[in-house]
Design a protein around this ligand. Structure first.
Ligand SMILES: Cc1ncc(COP(=O)(O)O)c(C=O)c1O
Length: 460
């Protein structure tokens, strides 16, 4: 545990030398950072000794919670045995083989081979390369366009950011790659027309894919990419009609379906993969984060047998790979992580206990004066804050009220993330009644404090 003096020192050194991801650097320096020093199960501790309930599982990541000894021991043993060897030069090693085998076992049945990386962004870059390589090998090199959705988040490398649909990322000075198109996202609360039911809206949002395919020419379209649930875009949950219609359109035009399961993989929706929850049949699944519960960086793409068969049918190299593709220590930790998730039956537990508990807790806030909508699926949840519940009018300067609320959550010893003015959560799969009760109390106090701050801006 660090004391007050060390906290100040960490803050100062951090400001002097550390550039943080996705941050407003000027205000970060003015406000100072929070120093997190320890984690245990569902909690983390800061350097001033505050215990904080981690409602984000790190960053959609620590499905087993923090500091599991078995994961540390798996890493330690593997480091003593073989800390690193590459998988480039006609070599492999036991942990990567065992993990690839395990992933093929839990994935949809057409996905039996894995290409590994170290981050979600990398896995999406790999998927983009594989998709275009596949069509080139099939003799259809014009098929390059990948259609994804506005507000999607697929990562921060230039290719993954281009496939993402976040306008603020595209506005950066770097060039956005050609060959990506973005259609509306299935966000009923924000985008539905007056009187449009979720079911009707879901069909309309999915048919935007067909419109876009026809607009750019079906012969030019390689794939559709989507997160089963848009996470970083604000936990936007598609109506039930959406994914079946997307699958119908993908099948009709013979394009590939890429499911970005960087958040929805490994039990979050009560199935191993979100695709299984929605009954879709992706040709590629990208994964990262919770494959190791975040204890070490590891990612990958699960690839359809038909894509692999096409690659094998050609006398050609796939010129792509990362030094750490299939890192032995990360693979050993992932195997142990999946073993524990299975042993403790955490995937069915999400369906039977976690998902209903989260939905029940969030429902208690839907009548709060600040709350426009609460929504959840599995262990992904959101509370959307609005200035006028009746008209769904948002607050001026989006993100301002979300940050006020997030700071109150912190003050109450609880973490939820603010996506503009939507508060999102993604707790570890191990939460019990105790953590749901603690979260409920913290949310209530934080929402009431936020209301005091912004009461003058609410509709009369
Ligand atoms: C759906 C999705 N895809 C890709 C990524 C990028 O992953 P990484 O930050 O590991 O590169 C994220 C990160 O949050 C994500 O949520």
């Amino acid at each position: 545990m660090t004391n007050q003096y060390q906290t100040a020192q960490y803050r100062e050194l951090d400001a002097l030398h550390h550039l943080h991801p996705f941050s407003h650097h000027k205000s970060l320096r003015e406000a100072g950072v929070r120093v997190i020093v320890r984690g245990d199960g569902p909690y983390i501790w800061d350097s001033e000794g505050h215990r904080i309930l981690d409602g984000m599982a790190g960053l959609w990541t620590a499905n087993l919670g923090h500091s599991r000894r078995e994961l540390a021991e798996a890493a330690y043993q593997q480091m003593l045995e073989l800390p690193f060897y590459n998988t480039f030069f006609k070599t492999t090693h036991p942990p990567v083989v065992a993990l690839a085998r395990k992933l093929a076992e839990i994935a949809p049945e057409n996905l039996n081979q894995v290409f590994f990386g170290s981050s979600g962004s990398e896995s999406n870059d790999t998927a983009i390369r594989l998709i275009r390589h596949y069509w080139a090998l099939k003799g259809e090199p014009k098929r390059k366009i990948i259609i994804s959705r506005k507000n999607a988040y697929h990562g921060s490398t230039i290719a993954a950011a281009s496939m993402s649909g976040m306008a603020h990322m595209h506005l950066h000075s770097y060039p956005v790659y050609e060959g990506f198109r973005h259609i509306m996202d299935p966000y009923w609360y924000g985008e539905a027309k007056d009187g449009e039911s979720p079911a009707e809206f879901g069909l309309r949002a999915a048919r935007a894919l067909e419109d876009e395919i026809l607009a750019v020419g079906p012969e030019n379209v390689a794939a559709f990419a989507g997160e089963p649930v848009e996470g970083a875009g604000g936990v936007k949950i598609a109506p039930e009609t959406y994914w079946p219609e997307i699958q119908r359109i993908v099948d009709k035009y013979g394009i590939l379906l890429l499911a970005d399961e960087v958040i929805t993989g490994f039990g979050r929706l009560g199935t191993w993969f979100g695709s299984q929850h929605y009954g879709i049949r992706p040709n590629l699944i990208t994964f990262a984060k919770a494959v190791t519960s975040g204890y070490l960086p590891l990612s990958g793409v699960l690839v359809d047998d038909k894509i692999v068969a096409t690659i094998l049918a050609h006398d050609d190299d796939f010129h792509h790979g990362y030094t750490f593709s299939g890192h032995p220590v990360a693979c050993a930790v992932a195997l142990k992580n999946l073993e524990i998730i299975e042993r403790e039956k955490l995937v069915p537990r999400v369906k039977e206990f976690g998902a209903p508990a989260l939905a029940k807790m969030l429902a208690k806030f839907k009548d709060h004066p600040l709350v426009g909508e609460v929504r959840s699926v599995g262990l992904l949840g959101a509370i959307e804050l609005v200035a006028d519940k009746r008209t769904r009018r948002r607050f001026d300067n989006p993100g301002r009220v979300g940050l006020i609320c997030r700071d109150h959550f912190f003050g109450e010893g609880f973490i939820m993330r603010a996506v503009f003015d939507t508060m999102v959560m993604s707790p570890p799969l191990i939460w019990t009644e105790t953590q749901f009760d603690e979260a409920e109390a913290a949310i209530k106090r934080a929402l009431d404090l936020t209301l005091e701050n912004v009461a003058g801006e609410l509709a009369a």
